[in-house]
Design a protein around this ligand. Structure first.
Ligand code: AMP
Length: 120
């Protein structure tokens, strides 16, 4: 899948749409999810143009990958959920329920989150 320059996170990165920024460095931006699923729901995105977790893992540089992973855990600390626990989610593609085609990690916490995936 080709990267869509008009996806909503690309527009946030270009400053065309506002976000509630939590953290930023040279390679990474983190901001609050607009429709939080829990008391803590923050999104962490690489600044590079990667569609999914797979795309990022295949094409990003080692510097970007390390920065992204470190940033996730800086945000975990900033949001105060490290001790109580949290969940990291990366939805990918149709079955994964990915709505925005720019790779992102959800950091979710602030309450017991229950089962990992609904069993049907
Ligand atoms: P996903 O289904 O993994 O692609 O998740 C996309 C997430 O982006 C959802 O949790 C949305 O609530 C969130 N979202 C969509 N638009 C915005 C926005 N403008 N600012 C912050 N979060 C957003």
């Amino acid at each position: 899948m080709a990267y869509d320059d008009n996806n909503i996170f690309a527009r946030i990165l270009r400053g065309e749409i506002p976000c509630k920024k939590i953290y930023e460095d040279a390679h990474t931006l983190a901001f609050e999810d607009i429709n939080p699923a829990a008391p803590v729901h923050t999104l962490v995105i690489p600044k590079g143009k990667y569609v999914s977790a797979t795309d990022f893992s295949e094409k990003a540089s080692e510097v970007e990958i390390v920065a992204f992973n470190r940033a996730i855990h800086k945000v975990v600390a900033l949001k105060g959920v490290a001790d109580a626990g949290y969940r990291l989610i990366a939805n990918a593609g149709l079955n994964g329920g990915q709505e925005v085609p720019h790779f992102h990690i959800h950091i979710i916490g602030g309450r017991p989150l229950g089962a990992m995936v609904q069993r049907k």
